[in-house]
Design a protein around this ligand. Sequence first.
Ligand code: FES
Length: 69
Amino acid sequence: MGYEIKLLENGPILVKGPLRFVDSTGKEQLIERDWIALCRCGGSQNKPFCDGTHRKVNFVGAEVKFYTP
Ligand code: FES
């Protein structure tokens, strides 16, 4: 299975799921969504996930895409 990551223009980092998420305490959680949105503006109240705050803070960031070969 390949990996795909997209940095949306002025928005979050999308990672193609499903993914296994491990938090700072070592607790694991399987996230079975097709896409997971991670905050890159720093403003989310639900880090590491995006909660839409990037729109309120007018976050500016270029679109970038990464794919496995
Ligand atoms: S990128 Fe969406 S809340 Fe930070």
